[in-house]
Ligand binder design. Structure first.
Ligand SMILES: C[S@@+](CC[C@H](N)C(=O)[O-])C[C@H]1O[C@@H](n2cnc3c(N)ncnc32)[C@H](O)[C@@H]1O
Length: 224
């Protein structure tokens, strides 16, 4: 495997192995994470701006890592707003704290596929570099839909487009790629989201979606 921290860790057997594999992969990279990507600040701020947050909103940074998106998220929602950062890797959250980013958000150690949040409690979710690391992206996206209010928003962001990232990792991408437009559109629709914008340029991958009124679980007898 190339030594690139944006490369997905090997796929393990079950949920506990999935977690351990993610934690091992990112745990060893957490301390040097920000130094490896020093020029991304403006790209994160620009992506956050596209989320259309208002003062006083409640927003989650899902898979927040070292918290690079937390300062622009806090700026967008202001002092009366709420910013949460969730990550599965303790070392990433520790690096966020060391960098002082815990001043902008409440940081939680949790799995985005099983969030300790009540239904429809968020206005929006920002997720940078997350989706490719989820063993079951549909489960993660459904859980994010559960905690976002109808009409709330989702941004799936990466500071590199698909082709640029694949080239860096020395691999090819095809239409079966998780983040290919038709596939992601279907995945989002089946998970309670309506895709409203899809951008895949060298310098950024950014998909925006709106939480549909009906959550997939509603059809099976109520959100639960
Ligand atoms: C590529 S890093 C991106 C970190 C940060 N969002 C950024 O843009 O710098 C992916 C992050 O997702 C976290 N992650 C992966 N699977 C997760 C899960 N199921 N729940 C919460 N966090 C997860 C990893 O621990 C890691 O910090």
């Amino acid at each position: 495997m190339p030594d690139d921290p944006r490369t997905a860790p090997p796929r393990p057997e079950g949920p506990r192995d999935d977690h351990r594999s993610v934690q091992e992969f990112f745990g060893t990279r957490a301390a040097g994470w920000d130094a490896r990507f020093p020029d991304d600040e403006r790209a994160y701020a620009a992506a956050v701006a596209r989320l259309g947050l208002s003062r006083g909103d409640t927003v989650l940074d899902a898979g927040c890592g070292t918290g690079r998106a937390l300062p622009p998220l806090r700026s967008a929602v202001g002092d009366r707003g709420t910013v949460l950062g969730v990550d599965l890797t303790p070392e990433m959250l520790a690096a966020a704290t060391t960098a002082g980013r815990d001043q902008w958000a409440l940081l939680l150690l949790a799995d985005v596929s099983r969030l300790p949040l009540v239904h429809a409690s968020l206005d929006a979710v920002f997720a940078a570099g997350l989706i490719a690391h989820l063993p079951q992206p549909d489960v993660g996206l459904r859980e994010l839909a559960r905690v976002v209010r109808p009409g709330g928003r989702l941004a799936l962001f990466h500071p590199l487009g698909r082709a640029a990232l694949a080239a860096r990792q020395g691999r090819q991408i095809g239409d079966d790629d998780l983040r290919a437009e038709p596939r992601l559109n279907d995945l989002l629709a089946a998970s309670g989201w309506r895709m409203t914008s899809y951008e895949d340029q060298d310098a950024r991958f950014l998909v925006l979606a709106i939480r549909q009124n009906q959550h997939p679980r509603d059809r099976r007898g109520g959100i639960g």
